[in-house]
Design a protein around this ligand. Sequence first.
Ligand code: XMP
Length: 532
Amino acid sequence: LIAVLDFGSQYSHLIARRLREEGIYSELLPYSVSVEALRALQPRGVILSGGPASVYAEGAPHVQRQLFELPVPMLGICYGLQEMAYQLGGSVEAGTKMEFGRAQMRLLSSVQSDHMYRQVWEGVPDVFSVWMSHGDAMTRLPPGFVDLAATDNCPHAVVAYAPTANGTADAAGASTLPPAALRIGLQFHPEVTHTEHGARILANFCRHLCGCRGDWSMEAYVAEAMQAVQQQVGVSGVVVGAVSGGVDSTVAAVLLSKAIGARFHALFVDNGLLRQDEVDEVMQRLSGRLGVNLRCVDASSRFLQALQGVTDPEQKRKVIGRTFIEVFDAEARRVQAQYLLQGTLYPDVIESVSHKGPSATIKTHHNVGGLPAQMQLQLIEPLRYLFKDEVRQLGRVLGVPAESVGRHPFPGPGLAIRILGDVTPHRLAVLRAADAIFLEELRAADLYHCVGQAFAVLLPCKAVGVMGDCRTYEEVIALRAVETTDYMTADWYPIPYAVLKRMANRIVNEVRGVNRVVYDITSKPPATIEWE
Ligand code: XMP
């Protein structure tokens, strides 16, 4: 394990990612983690991330001083380097020239000398391009440190603790670190793709200085995760979990089912707000092909009744969330579960630390309508160390079919938030039919995987039309397709006109009650992906 201590940089999670891509297992921890807790994890190395604060500012985030005494190699990145300098007797000041963006890094000839740090640059040329993002800079090296590289603006762009390299006498005084301690600091960001050889530098640090083997793989993760679940629930524990047909809940369910068989009870709640054929498809895939012990509860009339007359989007979410919990709770009691499976992912777990201090909240995320906190079930979260694309990779390793692994996300409140206004059985039928045509044509045009999410929306208004010499006054369907990687921002996708034309023609011809189709050409922001 490599522990990455997070000082709140927007790039921190990328450090963990780059390492995992190199087969090195790493976890992101808040900078405020205690030295004892860190020691208990027995990391082979520690990386201090960047962060938005200034080390000398009031309230700036600092690690405990004893952390630097841990007998493992440490790498500081940007703020992490400055924190190292600040705590070990160097100086950091606001730079006269801020450095943002690309810079040319030149390795000094001293790197080629015989010290350990030479291995960090294995396979890296003497001059390479890096990504800088800092206002402060180190102005005096801590005792025992030497320069390894510089840019035009930054003489201390890479520094390392090498007391034998600069002799015993040091103008800055004596270091408290043992002579063999390995401490290296980078002013640039090796974790971003704009830095050439960045992943190599990180991997070299972990392999050559920390002794990581780099053999972490998804297959290894499956074995470990299954073992962890088996240990947590023992020989008789019963686990309940909701599946939605989405990637996360499907992969989590398959993993649990492989780990503890039928003692895992998967529940698929048909809330009446699902898309066309969704219930059958999910049931077939999970209980048929993947052998998950899955039960479908048809609670559609209960949900639709609860939604009667509800038009406010947030109110719809509340009603659906509450009803879901009631249905799920009854099922958990029926099977006498002691554990609850949740498909929580790593980005939801990462404590969003900021320079405001360690009181920042942990984000929680629940795609199925809200965590039944009052149920007093112990949580099982086998995906909590994985990023979204790693969950997809895990799914592939577990044999989850491509249709599930590559599926667009579908919101917990389902079609209720895509029917603007009243949710009625008739309006659900109209939207379902239009949405199915839209997705069918999108797939036929080979565009499904070009977009992050695509769906139809039923508008809360009627429009005048003419069909066969007669005036009509009918529903309007809006189509939405967006390109996005993180769903935080999104751009509308330019579906070719010919494809849009076919979609619109089919919808007005095949869906009774619709006489107009419009295409949404707004990005997020300022719009959101969903209309409600
Ligand atoms: P917005 O509309 O906020 O959507 O741009 C971003 C992503 O979140 C999904 N979404 C939801 N998912 N419950 C969910 O489980 C919800 O209430 C909800 N609202 C939006 C949306 O589909 C998109 O993927």
